[in-house]
Ligand binder design. Structure first.
Ligand code: MG
Length: 303
């Protein structure tokens, strides 16, 4: 029964989790929280992770009732993400793997999100929509996406915002700039409230995602849709996709918020799959990479 420790630290969250044969034994996480209005810069985020990671590893092993000698591999996020935080976690992963004499498995962060979704969703061959807001920075009190979601619940007026869809591609470029440009005027004239602005932003962005996802489902004849990534927690997005799936006779796989947000267990789960397929990472190949596309990963663990 392979048991894998997974370490994540590509952005403002650092996590350690243990997975054994499809069972999540533990999942500890710490978040670097910045003052309202400030994003997280690589340097301070890396320092935060450096201070937190060893405690998280100890807690994850303890929660799982696992000793280092029970582990079969240490998986870690190789990228994509921010350099300093990725490097902190990679150094810890390399050190622990050598100390404990187990293989190292370098995981693509996005593949981690998808594999965790596949573990929880249990659909045989789902279409995957991966929605992440890592670079969306509006306010950080407590989190930009969450604030928009809450305010949007009281919004009613749908403003005309840039809607850019081409085939299966979407572009959000210009959406925020457009909102920033019209905000002073629509608030001053009473044409819209802050709630309306949040409502319009969400409805527009999520309608774009729902449109391309429906097109992809029609093309692939998928019967199941798996929603992963941090934004998968958004209830309005879930509702829109649920309506679309229902209309097509398809099924939206349930999403568990504990495992949508960046976490160590998802890296452990992807690492477990890779270990099973013999895909381990040699020490001299274990460098981090800030730009690491999902389609650069050769998926040898699935048919
Ligand atoms: Mg993520």
């Amino acid at each position: 029964m392979p048991t894998v420790l997974g370490l994540e630290g590509s952005a403002n969250k650092v996590g350690a989790g243990v997975v054994r044969d499809g069972v999540i034994l533990s999942n500890r996480r710490a978040t670097y929280v910045t003052p309202p209005g400030h994003g997280f810069a690589p340097g301070p985020t890396g320092r935060h992770h450096r201070g937190a990671v060893l405690g998280l590893v100890a807690a994850a092993l303890s929660d799982a009732g696992t000793r280092p000698r029970d582990l079969d591999a240490v998986a870690f996020t190789r990228g994509p993400g921010m350099g300093a935080p990725l490097a902190v976690v990679a150094v810890v992963a390399r050190t622990l793997a050598q100390l404990w004499g187990v293989p190292l498995v370098g995981v693509n962060h996005c593949v981690g999100h998808i594999e965790m979704g596949r573990l929880l969703g249990r659909a045989p061959d789902p279409l995957v929509l991966y929605v992440s807001g890592g670079n969306t920075q509006i306010s950080n009190d407590p989190s930009p996406g969450y604030n928009i979601e809450q305010l949007a619940k009281s919004g009613h007026r749908l403003l005309d915002l840039p809607y850019v869809v081409k085939g299966l591609d979407v572009s959000f470029a210009g959406l925020l700039s457009h909102l920033q440009a019209i905000t002073p005027k629509v608030l001053a004239t009473g044409e819209a409230t802050p709630e309306d602005l949040c409502f319009s932003l969400q409805e527009t962005a999520f309608a774009m995602l729902t449109e391309v996802t429906e097109r992809a489902m029609a093309l692939t004849r998928a019967r199941h849709l798996l929603l992963v990534g941090g934004v998968a927690c958004n209830l309005r997005l879930q509702e829109m996709l649920q309506d679309m799936c229902r209309a097509r006779g398809a099924e939206l796989c349930p999403t568990d918020h504990r495992f949508c947000v960046d976490n160590g267990a998802m890296i452990a789960q992807a690492g477990w799959e890779m270990l099973r397929a013999g895909q381990v990472t040699e020490l001299d190949q274990s460098g981090i990479t800030q730009r690491f596309r999902t389609d650069e990963v050769e998926v040898t663990w699935r048919d």
